[in-house]
Every structure is written in C-alpha cells, then in structure tokens.
Design a protein around this ligand. Structure first.
Ligand SMILES: [Zn+2]
Length: 166
C-alpha cells in the first residue's frame, strides 16, 4: 500500500478496527463458546445417531429383508440406496432431537417454547410479547405488569421448573 493512498488505508484500518472490536465483544460475550459447545455436542450427537441408524437400525432392516447393505441399492447409475440411508439418518436425527426438545420443554428446561424462550420470561398480558418474570412494566408496550399475574401456560412451566429445582 503506497503512501499516496493514506486516506484509503486509514479507512481500511478504521473498518478493520470496527470488525476487530465487534469480533472481540462477540468472542468475549460467551456467544462463541455457546456456538463451539453446540457444534461439538452436535457433532458427537450426530455420530451417535449415525451409529444408531447404521449399526443398529440398518442392520435390523438388513436382517429382516435380507439386504446386506442398503447403500448398494441402485438402478443403473442412480444409487438411491445411499440417499435412502442419508434420509433415514436425517429423519432419525430430527425425531430424536424433537423428542429431546419435547422432554426438556415438559420438564421446564431450556428455551424451547416460542416467543424467545421461557427461562426467566413470561408473556405480557397485554401485547403477548415475552418480558422478564421480574418486570413491572412491559418493555414492548409499556403497560404495567403485575408481578404475580402470569399467562396460564407460563405458570405451568414455572411451577414444573420449581418442582425440579426444590
Ligand atoms: Zn406488553
């Protein structure tokens, strides 16, 4: 970069500094660790489900239908067996995740219900947006919130969660 292009390189530096600051706040905010943890757990989890599909369920199917390997099924160059295997893997992973989310939601754990999560939040009785359980005024519509009045759905979640904690 030449000296005659100082303004451009200064602009570039400012832009880079802005990106760096944004990255730093992102990396230090814990979001990155959340993502990394999610990725690691997700990878391990998908391997587990892969094994369940490939080593348990597919072997069961193979034993019943007498097909030693699903993946080798093909019509000419169209290897639909491989696709079927991946499809089954995906459906299995999706249904296992769905059941986990259901179970955790029933136990009142995690942020799995709509409206931005239920952990420490409830729905405003007026505008139905989610606000903190401790909020006395809705941050969305400004209506006064009674700390005791809850949406029936939230009340159910909070009591079931308290049962687990105590
Ligand atoms: Zn509101």
């Amino acid at each position: 970069m030449g000296n005659h292009k100082t303004s451009i390189s200064e602009e570039l530096l400012t832009a880079l500094r802005a990106i760096w600051l944004e990255f730093k706040s992102f990396a230090l905010s814990g979001n990155m660790f959340d993502l990394a943890l999610g990725f690691i757990v997700g990878t391990a989890f998908s391997k587990l489900v892969d094994s369940l599909a490939g080593d348990v369920i597919m072997q069961g199917i193979a034993a019943v239908f007498g097909k030693p390997d699903f993946r080798n099924l093909a019509i000419g160059p169209v290897r639909y067996g491989s696709f079927l295997t991946e499809l089954l893997n995906f459906l299995l992973l999706a249904s296992v995740l769905f059941m986990l989310v259901k179970l955790l939601g029933k136990a009142g754990l995690g942020n799995f219900t709509g409206g931005g999560g239920t952990r420490g939040t409830r729905h405003c009785t007026h505008c139905k947006e989610s606000v903190s359980v401790r909020a006395l005024k809705c941050k969305w519509c400004g209506v006064d919130l009674h700390p005791v009045i809850l949406d029936p759905a939230d009340e159910e979640i909070i009591t079931s969660r308290n049962k687990i904690i105590t």
